[in-house]
Design a protein around this ligand. Structure first.
Ligand code: ZN
Length: 738
């Protein structure tokens, strides 16, 4: 221990250990400038010099700064040009001496106020303290102590004081960086709120970049890919040059100037002396009428590449832009690029939105239901009292088509929805007329189908006593009827897969979510419900309104048969243990009742069933024709040359309708009778098979519509029955023989 201590002492043999200890103990300030003042004072006294100061150097980049001279802290940290002498001291690691008057002007300007004028000829001793990332050059002016001795004093002083000073320099650098980053984030936040206008965005971006780096000017130039030019639309440039035409932008070729160089290399350029840079072009780099001394030019990027450049011109207060400015510029350019692209996309979306609104307005204008139309409907003197309207097997074809809206109105009235939910009759009437207009003139999915479904929902609520038996609330029941009327709005007579394979606009909008058409029907429904004068849900309390919309959504989406098949097993399981009031069970019942209403055509008389089949097949075959014309192979059921109608119907009834009403019948026992009706239809289709087989497949539709068909089916059925009875008789006879 003793020898070690002795060895250390040896290293400070030329200094007073007590004084060094005092100095080190006093280095407890947080600021670099204050630490430097203490070191300067010590050096001044020990070397008997007129002045001491420390130059901090970023070792990698040879960027130097001074923040304290002698016992004075400067108001801010000053960047200085290193000059050959200072660079040499650090490169050779040799102390050197130089006349103060030979130092670069900015160094002299900083030191001058602290030195009497006649002392400018004094010699300054320079001593290097090399380190990474910061080095120090100790400057001592006119020491009276011998120069060899001065070196030792400085060496011994820094042996003990450098660790503290070094850490403080690092700490202050990190603090500044943190501060700048926070500034940058605030700037980014501001930029992101300005995406609505590209001009305002660029203006703010330039203003912020200027503030971040303390630049005199800033401009952002964007690449015009079509014309291979750089465009500077900077408002600043315009405002300072009133002589220039306001609308005229500055445009430059892409390969000229420092800006062009940055575009081509993708690299930032920090030209500390702009005019000395090989690519400098006074027409492009800089602002007209401004002396361009230093330039920091950086690329603005976006995922696809460089979309522009930012130019910062002339650092305020300092001779050049430093490493931290470069960091700021690069980080800034990333935010800037993201904001510019967002702004461009935002504007495209805005345009699309406006176009869409215009298109909607046009549609709603042509759909418009005038007051006179509503009045005419309300004044209709028709019978409106068909005795079977509330039957589950009622055939709406029995009603005059122009009176269907009146009957729809009657259903709401019968169920008391208008009173319960405070819906004015005129509003309800207008709503119904809008819904009617929302359907297209397609063979099957027309207003007549919508009326059918609405009517069956109405009949189910009455016949199955859905409200009074506690299956549904009033709101759930009303939304069931409303969904029935609205569930196929704007149907184009084509299936979901037709839209997906044909990559139609509707598929582009909805295919990612599935149920393409159903989502469109829902969107159309919302459109009508949001139209003034038809907003029948408007007087519902907020929570009920939200519930109603969710119900409508669930009902309409449930009408997609793909969803039905996906959930059928779950429905079956629930049907064995149905609990009223259980949310999941109620939702399943709602979905099934929606499908039941949608398929309720199959619960009607045979004549009606045939008409429905003809309408559906006409629609299917039309789609098949379109698919063939676009070079696709249509599914067999859509191909008029391949579809064997009885098989298609039997398949549909037995795999889709029977399981549905079978399952439903376990929850609502009255619904079980529907299965019998469907089985009857299956039997008839089966009996029609030989008749359809006798003609070419392409004649299927004509057979279906021919008046002969029913008689032939009757004959076949009778024949079948006769054979069955014979077989039965034989079966009875057989046991007697044995
Ligand atoms: Zn439907």
């Amino acid at each position: 221990m003793a020898s070690q201590r002795k060895g250390k002492r040896k290293s400070i043999q030329n200094s007073d250990p007590g004084k060094i200890l005092d100095l080190v103990m006093s280095l407890n300030d947080e600021s670099c400038a204050q630490l430097q003042i203490k070191i300067n004072t010590y050096l001044c006294e020990e070397c008997e010099a007129e002045l001491a100061l420390l130059v901090t150097v970023n070792s990698d980049r040879m960027e130097a700064s001074i923040e304290a001279v002698g016992t004075t802290a400067l108001q801010r940290k000053h960047k200085i040009c290193m000059g050959l002498k200072l660079v040499d001291v650090l490169k050779t690691l040799q102390e050197q001496t130089e006349l103060l008057s030979n130092f670069p002007p900015d160094f002299q300007a900083i030191v001058a106020p602290f030195v009497p004028k006649d002392n400018q000829k004094r010699r300054m001793m320079l001593y290097p303290i090399p380190d990474k990332p910061f080095s120090i050059i100790v400057c001592v002016l006119a020491p009276k102590v011998q120069e060899d001795h001065v070196s030792i004093i400085i060496h011994e002083c820094f042996l003990f004081s450098w660790p503290t000073l070094k850490k403080t320099i690092r700490f202050e650098y990190e603090c500044t960086l943190k501060q700048k980053c926070q500034q940058l984030l605030r700037v980014a936040k501001r930029l992101f709120t300005q995406v609505a206008s590209l001009d305002t965005l660029l203006q703010i971006a330039m203003e912020q970049a200027k503030q971040l780096t303390k630049a005199e000017h800033c401009s952002v130039m964007l690449v015009d890919v079509d014309r291979m030019e750089l465009v500077d639309t900077s408002a600043h440039w315009k405002s300072t040059n009133p002589a220039v035409d306001e609308d005229k932008e500055r445009r430059f070729p892409l390969n000229k100037g420092i800006a062009g160089h940055v575009i081509q290399t993708g690299q930032l350029v920090n030209a500390k002396v702009a005019k000395e840079h090989a690519a400098f072009d006074p027409n492009i780099d800089g602002i007209p009428g401004t002396d361009c001394k230093t330039i920091l030019c950086f690329p603005i990027r976006e995922q696809t590449g460089i979309i522009g450049v930012g130019q910062l011109i002339n650092k305020v207060g300092d001779p050049y832009f430093d490493a931290m400015d470069e960091e700021m510029a690069l980080a800034f350019s990333i935010y800037c690029g993201v904001c510019i692209i967002h702004s461009v996309v935002y504007q495209k979306i805005q345009e699309a939105h406006i176009r869409n609104t215009l298109a909607n307005e046009l549609v709603m204008y042509h759909m418009k239901v005038g007051d006179s139309e509503v009045a005419r409907m309300l004044e209709c003197t028709g019978f409106h009292n068909h005795p079977h309207l509330s039957s589950l097997h009622f055939n709406p074809r029995a009603l005059p088509i122009r009176e269907l809206p009146c009957y729809a109105l009657k259903m709401f009235h019968d169920l008391g929805f208008d009173k319960k939910f405070n819906i004015k009759t005129t509003k309800l009437a207008r709503f119904i007329l809008y819904v009617k207009k929302g359907y297209r003139d397609v063979p099957y999915h027309s207003w007549l189908h919508a009326f059918n479904v609405g009517q069956w929902a109405y009949a189910a609520i009455s016949n199955y006593k859905l409200i009074s038996q506690g299956y549904f609330t009033d709101l759930q029941a009303m939304m069931y009827v409303i969904a029935g009327f609205m569930h196929d709005l704007d149907h184009r007579g084509t299936t979901n897969s037709f839209h997906i394979h044909g990559q139609t606009t509707l598929a582009a909008l909805y295919s990612s979510e599935g149920s393409v058409m159903e989502r469109h029907h829902l969107a159309q429904a919302m459109c009508i419900l949001n139209t003034e004068g038809c907003d029948i849900l408007e007087s519902l309390p907020r929570r009920d309104y939200d519930r109603a919309i969710m119900q409508l959504r669930d009902y309409i989406l449930a009408s997609d048969l793909a969803t039905y098949f996906k959930n059928l097993n779950e429905y079956k399981a629930i049907s064995y243990d149905f609990q009223k009031g259980n949310r999941v069970h109620t939702a399943a019942l709602q979905s099934m009742l929606m499908n039941a209403a949608d398929l309720s055509d199959q619960l009607k008389d045979w004549g009606s069933v045939k008409k429905t089949a003809a309408a559906v097949l006409t629609e299917f075959f039309k789609q098949g024709d379109v698919e063939k014309s676009r070079g696709d192979l249509p599914p067999i059921i859509m191909d008029r040359e391949k579809c064997f109608i009885p098989d298609l119907e039997i398949q549909f009834l037995s795999t889709t309708c029977v399981p549905l009403f079978d399952t439903l019948g376990r929850i609502l026992p009255k619904a079980a009778t529907c299965v019998k009706i469907i089985e009857n239809h299956i039997e008839r289709w089966d009996a029609s098979r030989p008749i359809f087989s006798e003609v070419p497949t392409t004649a299927g539709l004509s057979v279906l519509l021919s008046p002969e068909l029913d008689n032939l089916i009757e004959l076949n059925l009778k024949e079948k029955e006769r054979l069955r009875q014979e077989a039965e008789a034989e079966a009875h006879a057989e046991p007697k023989e044995t």
